[in-house]
Structure formats: C-alpha cells, structure tokens
Write a protein that binds this ligand. Structure first.
Ligand code: 5GP
Length: 189
C-alpha cells in the first residue's frame, strides 16, 4: 500500500511517543480519492469472504466504511457512542476503553441492524490496543452474527491490538503497519 504510506509520510504528524495525527486526510478533513483507494484495497482483501454488512464506530470509521461499502455493495452500520431517545428499543452494547481519550465509554447498535444472518466486516481507521475492534466484535457476537474479519487503515504494530486479535484467530488486514516513530519520523513494517 505504497500510496497510503506516502500520504501518511507527507501528512502525518507524530504526537508524543505513540499517537499519529492524520487529520488532513482521515480524521477531520477527508481525502476521498484516498478513501476510494482504501475501499478498493479492503474489497480486494475481503471480496471472497461473503460479507453482507460492514460495521464501524463513530465518527472516523464512518467515512471509510461508507466508501468501502460502495465496492462491497452492502450496508454500513456504525456503533453509536451514546444512547439517545431516538435509539430506542433493544440495543446490543459493549464497553470500550479509548486509547486517545483515556476513558471508557459504551457503544450501542440497535438489534434491528445486526442479526444472526450477518457476516460482518469490521472497519476502523486505527488499530492501537484493539479495544474498539473487540467492542465491535462483542456486538456482533451478542447478535449471534459472525465477524469475518477486521479491516484497518493504520495499525500501530508496536501496540498490542494486532496480536490480541490475531491470537484469537480473527483475520486482521491492515493497509499500513507502523513499526515505530523515530524522532517524529514514521517507520513502516
Ligand atoms: P484501540 O481501540 O485499538 O486501542 O484504538 C483504536 C481507536 O483509537 C481508533 O478508533 C482510533 O479512533 C483511535 N486511535 C488510536 N490510536 C490513534 C492514533 O495514533 N491516531 C488517531 N488519530 N487515532 C487513534
């Protein structure tokens, strides 16, 4: 995924030891041409996995998942980070510890949008310690659906999430894996 690594090198800002800011292309402003290449890359990797739904988490996952869905031609469901009077009826919920916000929160999906018939691809922007992905997998399990894999745009290989998920037999496909940050420079695997 050279195009993605090049963009990340050009636009990425390293914050501290372990945070990458890519808000000019991914997390605030969205580079849709890049998103289309990302969506196509996920499609190439998961096109034979018979997925019928993409699940992501608000907010940054939504744009990526929506563009990817145009290749898979399946609906996207995003887990909400707060309950509201509109999200009524039965919901599946799980707890996620946020690496960037350093606090726990609950995520919710209505039981109308996840079921035992679902073969779900989970998509997210970053993989750090794997808590967001695990929380999303828990929602799929609660609905008795199957998680066929996890598609990640940027995995930070020096954090535990990738190992944690792969050790559980979960198929994780990351388009760019950061090995380390050295003096503000981004090194990929
Ligand atoms: P995890 O749950 O795997 O620990 O962290 C993944 C979630 O935290 C992602 O949904 C992403 O929004 C956020 N995140 C983790 N690390 C980074 C990072 O280095 N940069 C940004 N922008 N978000 C991150």
């Amino acid at each position: 995924m050279e195009f993605l690594k090049k963009k990340i090198r050009e636009e990425g800002i390293v914050i501290g030891e372990d945070i990458l800011k890519v808000d000019s292309i991914l997390n605030h402003q969205m580079d849709i041409e890049l998103f289309m290449k990302i969506g196509e890359a996920f499609y190439e990797r998961f096109k034979n996995a018979n997925i019928n739904k993409i699940l992501t988490i608000e907010a940054s996952g939504i744009g990526i998942a929506a563009i990817a869905a145009t290749y898979f031609k399946v609906p996207v469901v995003f887990a909400k980070k707060s309950q509201s009077r509109i999200l009524n009826g039965t919901t599946y919920s799980s707890e996620v510890y946020s690496f960037t916000k350093q606090q726990s929160f609950h995520i919710h999906v209505s039981d109308r949008f996840l079921s035992q018939d679902d073969q779900v691809l989970i998509i997210d922007d970053f993989l750090a310690n794997g808590q967001a992905a695990l929380g999303l997998i828990e929602l799929v399990k609660a609905a008795k659906g199957s998680c066929v894999g996890v598609g990640i745009v940027i995995e930070k290989g020096f954090q535990d999430g990738g190992k944690l998920l792969r050790d559980q037999g979960i198929r994780v496909e990351s388009l760019a894996i950061v090995d380390r940050f050295t003096n503000g420079e981004i090194r990929f695997l």
